[in-house]
Design a protein around this ligand. Structure first.
Ligand SMILES: *[C@@H]1O[C@H](CO)[C@@H](O)[C@H](O)[C@H]1NC(C)=O
Length: 401
């Protein structure tokens, strides 16, 4: 026999039972509320109410808060990230994240470089530790950012780790295509007038970098391995630089990589001075070789003027069109870079977020022709040209040593 269809009275009965059921549920929720609040602490609870999108990301009632440790490396948008974190500090705090600004002198107080010098920067370290205890007590997440951390020694790394026993540590680094990063890194060295350790011309620099590669995954690869070894593979997150930039603001990508809440409104532009432009490179290289000449022949140290002034000065002295230039054979450089990037993907593919190998390879394949000063010719044939300016330089921009 087929089942008897539900009779009308029974259906009505079910309808009447619904409100009762609701009352029971509401009562149960109300009764458990104080318990949940007690477990999570008020901070965590109010945050859950304020922003539902945050709920699934923050640690559970008994979980530890997150310590996001952003380690660069240099030339992967770190200054931008730090400036935004600084500018949005109050807002971050409202989202339960602390971006600490240490009491240190210097040009970039928003970057946590003091972590690299725990002894030298004792004041900052002490204040930072206090801030961490406070954050733990309040259940707040902490964000740390310093590209210098990518250079950290294993010994310092373990002391860094020991600063965060009460946090869920998540290390984030950014991988930028090899060739683009090296070129950018070279230009930065050059604009800071410290090329000797790294090779004076880019050709020399790139050659040195390539020869120093042992495991074939580039500087980012060595940094990633080092951190994976110290913190464990699951605690290291790698952002694909171009992929992440393509998906939105790099700061939001950094936060979401480790499951922290992100900014919903568009971030206001943080203005950074442009890096050394590619067409300024020859002037800086010429200045460097001139400095070398003055040091050797006149025992003085050439003081560098600000960037634009330096360009004008070199142009006035030597005229751009007379300076010998050399365009590099880009093909082997690109080939090498593509291989490095491919090796990196094989080694760390499981840790890479916003993975866009197509963007990365396209950047390298279409990398612009690099032309630079022909250092060899200048060193051989330009002493007379340099000597003509020696007297003036000695009187106004060269300090006798
Ligand atoms: C590849 O790179 C070139 C040069 O930077 C760019 O113009 C082009 O849009 C890129 N193509 C893709 C598919 O990203």
């Amino acid at each position: 026999m087929s089942k008897t269809p539900m009779t009308l009275p029974r259906r009505l009965g079910l309808l009447f039972e619904l409100p009762t059921l609701c009352i029971i549920i509401v009562t149960m929720v109300a009764l458990s509320l104080p318990l949940v609040v007690a477990l999570r602490g008020w901070q965590g609870w109010s945050q859950t109410i304020a922003s539902p999108s945050v709920t699934r990301r923050v640690a559970g009632p008994l979980g530890k808060p997150t310590a996001l440790i952003h380690i660069g490396p240099p030339k992967t948008g770190t200054t931008y990230i730090q400036r935004v974190l600084l500018a949005y500090r109050a807002k971050l705090l409202g989202m339960n994240m602390v971006y600490y600004v240490p009491p240190v002198e210097g040009r970039h107080p928003e970057a946590h470089h003091f972590l690299l010098h725990p002894e030298r920067d004792e004041t900052a370290m002490t204040a930072f530790k206090d801030k961490l205890s406070e954050a733990v007590a309040k259940g707040q997440h902490v964000i740390v950012s310093s590209e210098a951390l990518s250079l950290m020694s294993p010994k310092l790394m373990s002391s860094l780790k020991s600063l965060f026993p009460k946090f869920n540590i998540k290390v984030v680094l950014t991988h930028r295509p090899f060739l683009g990063r090296e070129w950018s890194q070279y230009k930065q060295h050059l604009s800071q007038h410290n090329p000797p350790q790294i090779g004076v011309s880019f050709a020399e620099f790139y050659g040195k970098v390539s020869r120093s590669e042992t495991d074939g995954t580039g500087f980012c690869g060595r940094v990633a391995s080092k951190y994976i070894q110290e913190f464990g593979r699951d605690s290291v997150f790698i952002l694909d630089f171009l992929g992440a930039q393509n998906d939105g603001d790099i700061v939001n990508m950094l936060l979401s990589a480790v499951g922290l809440p992100t900014f919903e409104e568009p971030l206001e532009q943080v203005h950074l001075g442009p890096g050394l432009a590619s067409d300024q490179v020859v002037y800086f290289q010429m200045w460097y070789l001139l400095g070398e000449y003055m040091r050797e022949h006149h025992h003085c140290k050439l003081e560098a003027p600000p960037r634009q002034e330096l360009v004008h000065k070199v142009d006035a002295m030597f005229k751009h069109h007379t300076m010998p230039k050399k365009c590099l054979d880009m093909e082997p450089m690109k080939k090498y870079a593509l291989k490095m990037d491919a090796n990196f993907r094989v080694a760390f593919g499981d840790r890479i977020l916003h993975f866009r190998p197509d963007l990365s390879d396209n950047e390298t394949t279409h990398f612009k022709q690099i032309c630079e000063l022909d250092h060899q010719i200048v060193r051989m044939d330009w002493n007379d040209a340099f000597e003509k300016h020696a007297e003036t330089l000695l009187s106004n921009s060269c300090q006798k040593q």
